[in-house]
Design a protein around this ligand. Structure first.
Ligand code: ADP
Ligand code: TRP
Length: 324
């Protein structure tokens, strides 16, 4: 049995890029036989950048409702909020004391953030150690992540190796990053990578009118309606092609090439496709967001299991470190 684990920060409502690039593939992976999966909301990591409790709470619910609306089964996968299993912070301390300072000082993500952000706090610096604790606490074998997280995963593996070596036994499983090279980079409405930081994202849960406005706002060039158009350089087509089935993609491609088909038509088709394709998930998401008691119940199932797993690991570690 191999254990898969991944976390997603609660910094906003997940967008189409998060869905196609992370959440949908992770749920598919969790349904494969021979795997046990843990998915969590990294709300403690969120505090490195956001200090607004109400926003964090709502984003946490939004992330939870998204995973559930897209088919996460809380009976099969362990689904929890990081902050509700605070044992992870105790493990972070132990791991801090096994982590060489230069390893953290050389992290790309810290260098990048410390140049960009005004709040350069120590949490930002030790972020990778909390991430290692997330993974090592539950003996995860594989961690599906985007490429930007690869260095963090290498650090987790190094820290695990260092503890095992110094304590003279296999305390931790050495985790491996699972990076799916085929996963597409979903373009945003302006053609750059879709990201909450660029404000170019599509939130598929928006009410119809607002969703339509966002989709109609996709940036296209000024080729007139009658003229033939190149589908491969058009954001509206690229997004359509990530969601539609093959015959429909071919039809839209031909429409672009033959002319007399405007970008407005393509965007309307994309908007309708999003509504149709995600109609169940939109409904479920709204039900959950309007019933946070139900969300809390779903999370409580996983939090209980995660708590038990965490206690076992910490018991072993406390004894090895001379605290028990
Ligand atoms: P954002 O860029 O909006 O801040 P995050 O960095 O929080 O998104 O990403 C959360 C997860 O979603 C990561 O696994 C990341 O690889 C994936 N992801 C984010 N944006 C995209 C995108 N445009 N295309 C594909 N995957 C994405
Ligand atoms: N740092 C990850 C991100 O921003 C989120 C995260 C926190 C995570 N802990 C993790 C991912 C453990 C995988 C495993 O995307």
């Amino acid at each position: 049995m191999k254990r898969i684990l991944t976390g997603i920060q609660s910094t906003n409502i997940p967008h189409l890029g998060n869905l196609l690039g992370a959440i949908i593939p992770a749920i598919a992976l969790s349904k494969k036989p021979g795997h046990e999966s843990l998915f969590f909301i990294a709300d403690l990591h969120t505090l490195t950048s956001v200090k607004n409790p109400e926003f964090v709470k709502q984003s946490t619910y939004a992330v939870a409702a998204t995973w559930l609306a897209f088919g996460l089964d809380t009976q099969k996968s362990v689904f929890y909020r990081q902050s509700r299993v605070p044992q992870v912070t105790e493990l972070t301390w132990y791991l801090n004391c096994f982590t060489p300072f230069p390893m953290l000082a050389n992290a790309h993500s810290f260098k990048d953030k410390s140049e960009r952000l005004s709040d350069v706090n120590a949490g930002l610096f030790t972020y990778p150690v909390l991430m290692a604790a997330d993974i090592l606490l539950y003996d995860a074998h594989f961690v599906p992540v985007g490429k930007d997280q690869l260095q963090h995963l290498e650090m987790s593996a190094d820290i695990a190796g260092s503890v095992n070596h110094k304590l003279g036994q296999e305390v931790f499983v050495i985790p491996e990053a699972l990076i799916d090279e085929r996963v597409m980079i979903v373009p945003g409405t302006d053609g750059q990578k879709m990201s909450k930081s660029y404000n170019n994202f599509i939130n598929v849960f928006l009410p119809e009118k607002e969703l339509k406005k966002v989709v109609m706002g996709i940036v296209t060039d000024s080729t007139p309606l009658e003229a033939p158009k190149n589908p491969d350089t058009c954001n509206a087509f690229k997004l359509y092609a990530l969601l539609a089935d093959e015959p429909n993609i071919q039809t839209m491609r031909q429409n672009y090439l033959k002319g007399g088909y405007g970008y407005g038509h393509a965007k309307t088709e994309l908007y309708e496709l999003i509504l149709n394709k995600f109609s169940e998930q939109r409904k479920r998401y709204n039900e959950l967001m309007n019933n946070t008691a139900l969300l809390e119940n779903e999370l409580a199932v996983g939090e209980k299991r995660a708590d038990e797993m965490a206690n076992q690991k910490l018991k072993q570690l406390r004894s090895l470190l001379g605290y028990a």
